[in-house]
Design a protein. Sequence first.
Length: 199
Amino acid sequence: MPTSRNIESWQQVDSRADFATYLRFLAFDCERACSGQDSEASTAQHWTHRSINGFLWGWVRLLGSRLDGTDLLHEEAPGQPGWRGLAYQLDTVRTTPPGFNCALADSGTKPEEVDTVRDLRWYAASLATDFARDQRERQARTDRGEWAGDGGSWAHSTLNDWLDSWAAWVGANSPLHAQLDPVTWRSIALQLSVARIYE
């Protein structure tokens, strides 16, 4: 699903192809910010998070603010954020402080159980908790002198690689991709579940 558009703003996102391009931009920008490259660039200063679980906990906080009425987010239709709305969320999450919540952390919500923004919030918390567990297990293997490469439940350990993997999957085509339009809270959960393992 190639596109020739150069997309560096959520306002430019109108389709799945645009969203994949925007995710690639975010991955590149995150890599610059997290590695300290080009730290004077204005975009590189807009990354509160340096880890996948920090980013996901920021998303949990953002979705919670939508639920309590302090931020209505950007939706193309009630209950359907659309590609532009999803891009808006990711842009906003870059600078949203993490919102760790013990009750949410142990929810165990599955992507197929997501129907509402509240469900997506629970699922994002489940993913954040799972990523932190995966990283602890990898570190424990390393500390024991064991090989810590393959075997984790997450394909990537850095935020920019995860965003890039998400972009690659969203930009591809398969029968499963037909479930992504229109963009609903459940289709976002499906994207996140695949981005966790996609290489």
